[in-house]
Design a protein around this ligand. Sequence first.
Ligand SMILES: [Fe+2]
Length: 283
Amino acid sequence: MAEQAPRLRAHLDHIELNSPDPAGLAEFYQRALDMQLEELGGGRWLCRAPQRRLLIAKGSRKTIAFGAYAVENAALLAALRDSAARAGIAIEPSPTPLFAGDAFAVVDPDGKRIAFGVPAKRAKAKPVKVLPARLQHLVFGSDDVQRVADFYEHQLGFTVSDRVFDKRGRLTNCFLRADRGDHHILAIFPAAEKKLDHHCYESIDWGSIRDWSDQLSSRGIPIAWGPGRHGPGANLFIMVRDPDGNWIEVSAELEQVAAERPPGVWQSGPEVANRWGQPRLSM
Ligand SMILES: [Fe+2]
């Protein structure tokens, strides 16, 4: 049995979505989330606002090129790279221009690419007043949740906050965090195919959920699910869809977890997705 990886300390820094129309999708994120746009060349767009940024590149709709987790400094990054290599993971070149040169990437059992790095210094975006929401977590759908969750926990050092099991005792959802803090920075949900489920921006409180709902709807972006409160993580949420069909979550009051908290166990049921009852409709 391979040794357990040291506990990861990282946060979600950015993602890269693929789209058949990167410019059009970037304009949507500008309108929805007040992001400033910058064309990086090759049809790739950087969308950014305080505490949130994403890349959009040419590719198939509803797919993610990679998720990018930032670690605090070069020493932690080197230790993570060493432990990943010791765990037998192939180390690949970094796919992102937003991390410094020593960043790297790994590929999970479902083929999802994850970059780790220290953010590169960039010219600051124009200071603007926008509603607060920091890019916070990423969720993948998988037809083998156990295998993918094991990879992130045992080989990369993510810490499990909560597991959800069905009546037959199979793992259906797994919520993973860094060693402490946000309840999850990554989660794996059940799906018939391996896919991106959603990405999430964490705001402040119930009032900010109201403000985001008002802003999004006034800009012609209807709330597609919520408001509600999730089971694991207990966060308030709303969800909207972008023009490609990607689900975007705005949440608030996500549970903050101490390093020593043992993993929680849930039985699958409607209260896992929404304690207030309304289920998510079609994906
Ligand atoms: Fe979420």
